[in-house]
Design a protein around this ligand. Structure first.
Ligand code: FPP
Ligand code: MG
Length: 326
């Protein structure tokens, strides 16, 4: 298996992002500098670059790698306002450091940068799917907010919401990279299918990990639960222990989350058999993602995508097993 080292390519993407987010307004520039300090895993630009390998790499592939990361960062800046989150990527969140209004403006500014850059794309009309995903992101969020504090939220509703809020960006990352590189249509479709399923797996793993560590005051966990958003591990646990979970939620609403309540929640998740069901769902999306990759030629980019998918599933399952062990 020959995997690729994308560090040089990502450096070029990061230079692009910095240039794109330059602002003539000193306060906005200060916020952008802060946002750029907290570099995440940059999975979405990696997906664009890897998908581009199935055609002929060119400047437009790099452009999409840059704007997808800016779009993602904009959604996180806004998300932290909505979730009232104090940290992001190991740093104080924009809304906490600069205030909620400035965070809304910062996200708006970043979206304006995405549009500004996108207008340089030749044949922009062929990329309608990219901008439609922005609507899907909002619909996923709306679906989630419609079920806040709903103890009867279903697995199907959860899956529809994460398809919008997370999976859609991975799907368009892969499709835009392949299309910009003029990859054959069948490869573009296989990559988009891969991205969609990888995105589902990614969010389910993220939600499993959120419950696997205990709450500590310096490292907020289970923020979704605190905010009444019930993700997959909890949805399965609710099917067995609704009344106990309702009690913990009431206590959290009145007194806030603490180690005792997070321990009780973890215990209910473990005892309910939820983790096994979450693992089963993860394995389903893992298989779908791998099946999509099997339709592609075996080049180092395919090996890398396989490796990323393997890593995601195996690190999540081993960390969850270690953290839930009694
Ligand atoms: C993180 O989820 C947030 C998202 C995946 C998407 C948020 C999207 C919006 C706020 C809509 C904005 C739309 C555009 C087009 C900018 P999370 O809260 O589950 O994860 P976290 O733990 O990282 O906060
Ligand atoms: Mg959030």
């Amino acid at each position: 298996m020959a995997t690729m080292d994308l560090s040089k390519e990502l450096e070029l993407v990061n230079q692009r992002i910095t240039t794109s987010l330059a602002s003539e307004d000193a306060r906005m520039q200060e916020i952008m500098d802060w946002v750029l300090l907290g570099r995440g895993k940059q999975l979405r630009p990696q997906m664009v670059l890897l998908s581009g390998q199935f055609g002929k790499m060119n400047d437009e592939v790099y452009l999409f790698a840059s704007i997808i990361e800016i779009l993602h960062m904009a959604s996180l800046v806004h998300d932290d306002v909505i979730d009232n989150s104090t940290t992001r990527r190991g740093l104080e969140s924009v809304q906490s450091k600069f205030g909620a209004s400035m965070a809304v403006y910062a996200g708006d500014f970043m979206l304006a940068c995405v549009i500004d850059d996108a207008l340089d794309v030749i044949g922009l009309r062929n990329y309608k799917f990219f901008f439609r995903a922005m609507k899907k992101l909002v619909y996923g969020e709306l679906g989630q907010v419609a079920r806040v504090h709903d103890l009867d939220v279903t697995v199907e509703q959860y899956l529809a919401n994460i398809e919008g809020k997370t999976s859609s960006l991975f799907e368009i990352a892969c499709r835009s990279g392949a299309k910009a590189a003029h990859a054959p249509a069948k490869y573009e479709d296989a990559l988009a299918d891969f991205g969609k399923n990888y995105g589902m797996l990614f969010q389910i793993c993220d939600d499993i990990l959120d419950f696997s560590k205990l709450y500590m005051s310096d490292k907020p966990r289970m923020l979704d639960f605190v905010n009444g958003i019930y993700s997959l591990p909890l949805i399965y646990a609710l099917q067995e222990h609704k009344e106990q979970i309702r009690q913990i939620q009431d206590d959290c609403d009145h007194y806030g989350m603490n180690t005792e309540r997070s321990t009780a929640l973890k215990e209910l998740i473990r005892a309910s058999g939820s983790l096994e069901k979450c693992e089963e769902k993860s394995r389903f999306y893992y298989r779908e993602a791998m099946t999509a990759l099997a339709k592609l030629p075996r080049i180092p980019a395919r090996d890398t995508l396989e490796e990323m998918t393997d890593q995601l599933l195996s690190t999540t399952l081993s960390s969850s097993a270690a953290n839930f062990a009694v």
